[in-house]
Design a protein around this ligand. Structure first.
Ligand SMILES: Nc1ncnc2c1ncn2[C@@H]1O[C@H](COP(=O)(O)OP(=O)(O)OP(=O)(O)O)[C@@H](O)[C@H]1O
Ligand SMILES: [Mg+2]
Length: 473
């Protein structure tokens, strides 16, 4: 083991050093507090023997310093009988043990041995924690497509630094997952990962949430409150939907990023912020900048490193992999025996457009698993939208300028009838049965909508006269 002996009395140092060397340890010595810190910084030590009475500083302060540099440092304090309070204080500061002077050689040897074991254990724990962290990082992101490989590479490269990162991608592509992976692979993994839901808060509330506030800062501020910058100290602050924050808050955020400091709401005292900022957006920030709704300077500060997570439809190779992943996950969670997906269903999953990306796929698979009774997911368990390509456009979305209710309903009717006609090969009577309506009613609808059976995709004849007439009209 590597042992550091800190004592100002040369005779004592010599005794301890030769004793420990005889036990097979490697020993280095320090006579003062300053020297101790210097040597400690040069190489890793398993155990530190520390005299509390040092000429330049009190040993307790040295202990505190050492433990701050390395929270798992095993420090054994050596103290005179008369200063037993010192020993107690040292234990409170995280010393491993104390040995009263004059000491028995045997006691020193045994304590150092035990301290070394403790150190090994702590090291092992740290290693396990790191491994877990790594697993919580990349291993949770499923994907083998080329675009995802690139994302993994970017995550690995970007994690160790403190650079600000901007993650772009449509809703449900996995931006939050990427942000968490970056955190867990970074040296900040042991500190908190804190999410700021920028979109869901009025500006005032967002600011007091971010920066905290002092008592009396505003009505209702009855006590000091820590802000998220303080909560995330030493860790990562994840700004979800960064594009939605107000210009005012943007200015304050810019200041924190530039100066690394901020003020609590209602206070003039500056606070230091040691956080890494990761931001995500599903709108194009550049466009917001052009529109004057997002500060250009903040934009450039944020996108020091840019990660663009591709839409699921642009990496279809990942669909089967993701589907299997969610299948296993939800089967286990729901105690279901489903093991696989039927080829036809897999094909439908593969060719669908997934406007809601991975989240939509996850939901579809979860639903199928919950509804399943057998051991494979078939077409019947997949959402309607996957069955008919026509339906893929039927997701409800209201454009900025609004829409006509009547037209929207008519559009839906048109798709519905078209799909039914297609299914029935253009035979209206069959289509009416599918829609659980009378042929005359369906006929009227077809007429009203001005549908032709060509719209319905009928390939061959088998049309009623009326449909043929509608086709002409
Ligand atoms: N590559 C992936 N592997 C496994 N699960 C994924 C993957 N991508 C996304 N998911 C899952 O899909 C869901 C949505 O992901 P996430 O919340 O990270 O998306 P997002 O991009 O932040 O979406 P939004 O913009 O709507 O907030 C989560 O349940 C996440 O676990
Ligand atoms: Mg998100």
């Amino acid at each position: 083991m590597n042992v550091l002996v800190v004592d100002d009395e040369e005779v004592l140092r010599d005794v301890l050093t030769s004793l420990l060397r005889r036990e097979g340890h490697t020993v280095r010595e320090a006579a003062t507090a300053a020297q101790a810190i210097r040597v400690f910084d040069e190489e890793p030590f398993d155990v530190i023997l520390l005299d509390l009475m040092l000429p330049d500083r009190h040993g307790l302060e040295v202990l505190r310093d050492l433990r701050r540099r390395d929270p798992t440092a095993v420090v054994v304090v050596i103290t005179a009988y008369s200063s037993i309070e010192g020993a107690i204080a040292a234990m409170k500061e995280g010393a491993f043990h104390y040995i009263p002077k004059p000491f028995q050689n045997e006691e020193v040897v045994l304590t150092v041995r035990k301290g070394g074991e403790q150190r090994l254990l702590a090291e092992e724990n740290r290693r396990l924690r790191e491994e877990l962290s790594r697993r919580r990082g990349l291993d949770r992101i499923v994907g083998k497509s080329a675009p995802m490989q690139k994302i993994f590479e970017l995550i690995r490269l970007a994690s160790p630094s403190k650079s600000t990162i901007l993650i772009e991608g449509e809703s449900g592509t996995g931006k939050e997952l990427v942000a968490k992976a970056i955190h867990h692979l970074s040296p900040r993994a042991h500190a908190p990962f804190v999410t700021v839901n920028s979109g869901s808060m009025p500006p005032d509330l967002l600011e007091s949430n971010l920066f905290g506030h002092v008592r009396g800062a505003f009505t209702g501020a009855i006590a000091h409150k820590k802000g998220l910058f303080e909560v995330a100290d030493g860790g990562t602050l994840f700004f979800d939907e960064i594009g939605t924050i107000s210009m005012e808050t943007q200015a304050k955020l810019l200041r924190v990023i530039q100066e690394r400091e901020f003020m609590r709401v209602g206070s003039t005292e500056t606070q230091r912020a040691d956080v890494r900022i990761v931001a995500a957006t599903n709108v194009d920030l550049k466009t917001l900048v052009v529109d004057g709704r997002f500060r250009e300077d903040l934009y450039y500060r944020l996108c020091v490193i840019q990660i663009a997570v591709p839409a699921l439809r642009d990496r279809r190779e990942d669909i089967p992999l993701l589907a299997e992943h969610f299948l296993r996950l939800y089967a286990a969670e729901n105690g279901k025996s489903v093991r696989g997906i039927e080829p036809e269903a897999l094909k439908a999953l593969y060719s669908y457009g997934w406007p809601g990306n991975v989240r939509e796929l996850e939901n579809a698979v979860e639903r199928a698993v919950v509804l399943s009774a057998g051991d494979a997911v078939g077409m019947d368990l997949l959402p309607e939208a996957l069955l008919d390509p026509e339906e893929q456009t039927s997701r409800i979305s209201i454009p900025e300028g609004g829409l006509s209710y009547r037209e929207a309903v008519e559009n839906f009717e048109r798709r519905l009838v078209t799909a039914a006609l297609r299914r029935s090969g253009g035979v209206q009577k069959k289509a009416a049965e599918l829609l659980k309506t009378r042929p005359t009613t369906l006929h009227e609808i077809i007429k009203r909508l001005g549908l032709s059976t060509r719209d319905a995709g009928a390939q061959n004849g088998d049309l009623t006269e009326e449909a043929a007439a509608a086709k002409e009209g």
